[in-house]
Design a protein around this ligand. Structure first.
Ligand code: FES
Length: 195
């Protein structure tokens, strides 16, 4: 087979294995994507306290909830008892708490372990150490943004800074924000709330 040399004015792509090698994919996830902010959920999709969504973020499944105080929080979707997935649905609403179907460990919407069978008979189990593992979350322009890193990079510099740089106009973001708030106020006036 003959290969055509790459013309100097064209940019050569990476060798094929960079697109298919599972080990390179794992390294990319670990070293790059696990340290970046990304847009995960529309805030309006978590309209009421108790609403949650599960999203895949790289190799992790993340649970995004609307708490009783109206805040939006994110946790690794992992049971603290046996390590399997806590919520299997992509979208759901619960009345008050999240309960594991296996042994009924129960977490509030802020991720705290609030009940488990026989917990009072196990004084060595510190329930504060067995809450859901929180994931960094920021709300901006009507979206919840997540970062899996223990020490996320500055949201202002990386996300807001990049948006302003690409638009070349900080005022465009303010116009979008105004449009979004107008839209949201209209949706909230509708009987069914945000679509
Ligand atoms: S595996 Fe969920 S409570 Fe035991």
């Amino acid at each position: 087979m003959t290969t055509t040399p790459v013309a100097p004015s064209l940019i050569a792509t990476l060798p094929g294995r960079y697109y298919t090698d599972p080990e390179l994919f794992r390294t990319e996830q670990e070293r790059i994507f696990a340290h970046m902010w990304f847009c995960a959920v529309r805030s309006a999709d978590l309209a009421k306290p108790g609403a949650f969504r599960t999203v895949q973020a790289g190799r992790e499944n993340v649970l995004v909830t609307r708490t009783r105080t109206g805040a939006v929080k994110a946790f690794l979707n992992v049971r603290r008892h046996r390590g399997a997935r806590l919520c299997t649905e992509a979208v759901r609403e619960v009345r008050r708490n999240l309960q594991c179907p296996y042994h009924a460990w129960t977490y509030d919407l802020d991720g705290r372990l609030i009940a488990a069978p026989n917990l009072t008979r196990m004084p060595d189990v510190d329930r504060s150490a067995y809450g859901l593992v929180e994931v960094a979350l920021r709300e901006w322009l009507g979206y919840a943004w997540l970062c899996l890193a223990d020490e996320p990079p500055s949201f202002e510099e990386t996300v807001i800074g990049a948006a302003v740089e690409r638009l070349g106009d900080a005022a465009a973001i303010d116009r979008y924000r105004t449009l979004f708030h107008t839209w949201l106020a209209e949706q909230l006036r509708e009987p069914g709330g945000p679509a």
